[in-house]
Design a protein around this ligand. Structure first.
Ligand code: APR
Ligand code: PHB
Length: 389
């Protein structure tokens, strides 16, 4: 069977869904092909700190309602160094900017509902998706649905299929270059039915390693512990997780135990592919770049990519201009690399690399300097709330 749309989108994570929704608002048709089931996509637990720019973009795309009522606006967060906490006054340091704590899982559900309510097409469990013909004027996405091979013809392909997707892998040899850093540690994350220790996030650097206390609501906490990339979860019964979280937090607040809803290990990687375009195939979000979660930039970079890409597509369909599509890769990558820098900075600043050598001393000095310097804190806050689009 053959179908036709204007923009063929691979992947129904935040990138693909948001692109489809913004294009729909602008009267441009798209179809999303997603490898997994709807339940799987809606059940994935991901990060949850949303920059103002991403909040504004989601709101203008018509999916801001639940985020506005259930999201928590945060004006600051704490950094703890060996148990001693310093508040980073985001609003005070940035002229009133804030971030919103609202789970990416919820954003995904809101976007899927919005797309389906508006009659949009998301084909879940699309097998063996293959982007073809994108070096010319007639791209095709071929895929398998219920055992039969199908073709989706389109004007453009948006590769929003995450780090392990097929779109980046489809660039011809020599037409894409990767830059990568793999960190020698990971995060053990728990989602717990218990209030967080503080109403704001606490990032901890401790001699025992990094810990982060975040939340999904005032009643559900999300916490992380620095661990080994190959950490065995069987060695981390719930009690041990709570004890270790408390040790790294120190005695300035209490870690509440509760029913553990999810426990997992997240590897830490920085990755950028360049360029983000080949012919009529465009990469956005995790398909083009990965950040370690320390700076909470993953979803926010997906949003800024989609902002630039949707502007390019809208200008093309409305006015016949290809200029913004031509500059998409360079424009998006400029912001991506700045967020990469910040994520690398936050990661290396706050994690314990195990050594007591020179590098570790320098990082400790940098953290102490930052916590005591108004201008260093201003820069940290400016990046944390998000650089402008
Ligand atoms: N065919 C179809 N779909 C695919 C394929 C494929 N070959 N490969 C991957 N996918 C789907 C995945 O199942 C997933 O639903 O693409 C989607 C990609 O979604 P995400 O990984 O969430 O990536 P993105 O939408 O760019 O969102 C970025 O999500 O991973 C976090 O930290 C990241 O917060 C960031 C945000
Ligand atoms: C989260 O709530 O999952 C979270 C928050 C802040 C981060 C990373 C993850 O920096």
């Amino acid at each position: 069977m053959t179908m036709r749309t204007q923009v063929g989108i691979v992947g129904s994570g935040p990138s693909g869904l948001l692109l489809s929704q913004i294009l729909h608002k602008a009267g441009i048709e798209s179809v999303i092909l997603e490898r997994r089931s709807r339940d799987y996509v809606e059940g994935r637990i991901r990060a949850g700190v949303i920059e103002q720019g991403a909040v504004d973009l989601l709101t203008s795309a018509g999916v801001g309602e639940r985020m506005a009522s259930q999201g928590l606006v945060h004006e600051g967060f704490d950094i703890a160094l060996n148990g001693e906490r310093t508040r980073v006054d985001l609003a005070g340091l940035t002229g009133g900017k804030t971030v919103t704590v609202y789970g990416q899982t919820e954003i995904t559900k809101d976007l899927i509902n919005a797309r389906l309510d508006a009659g949009g097409t998301i084909i879940f469990e699309a097998g063996d998706v293959r982007p073809e013909g994108f070096e010319g004027a007639s791209p095709v996405l071929s895929f398998t649905q219920d055992g039969a091979r199908q073709e989706l013809h389109c004007d453009f392909i948006a590769g929003c299929d995450g780090y392990h997707g097929v779109c980046r892998a489809s660039f011809p040899d020599g037409e894409i270059r990767s830059f990568e850093r793999v960190y020698p540690f990971a995060w053990l994350g728990v989602l717990v039915e218990a209030p967080p220790p503080s109403h704001e996030l606490i990032y901890c650097r401790d001699t025992r390693g990094f810990a982060l206390f975040s939340m999904r609501s005032t009643e559900v906490s999300r916490s992380y512990l620095q661990c080994a990339p190959d950490e065995d979860l069987n060695e981390w019964p719930d009690d041990r997780v709570f004890e270790e979280l408390q040790r790294r937090l120190g005695d300035s607040a209490t870690v509440a135990a509760g029913n553990v809803l999810e426990k997992s290990v997240t590897p830490m990687r920085s990755f950028v592919a360049e360029p983000l375009r080949y012919g009529r195939l465009f990469l956005a979000g995790d398909a083009g770049h990965i950040v370690p979660p320390t700076g909470a930039k993953g979803l926010n970079l997906a949003a800024s990519d989609i902002y630039y890409l949707s502007n390019g597509l809208i200008d093309y369909y409305r006015n016949g201009n290809e200029g913004l599509l031509d500059t998409y890769s360079a424009t998006a990558l400029d912001r991506v690399w700045k967020a990469q820098r910040f994520s690398y900075y936050m990661t290396t600043l706050l994690h314990n690399t195990g050594g007591d050598g020179f590098d570790d001393k320098i990082k400790l000095a940098e953290l102490r300097y930052t916590l005591g310097s108004e201008s260093a804190l201003e820069s940290l806050a400016e990046n944390y709330v998000g650089l402008p689009y």
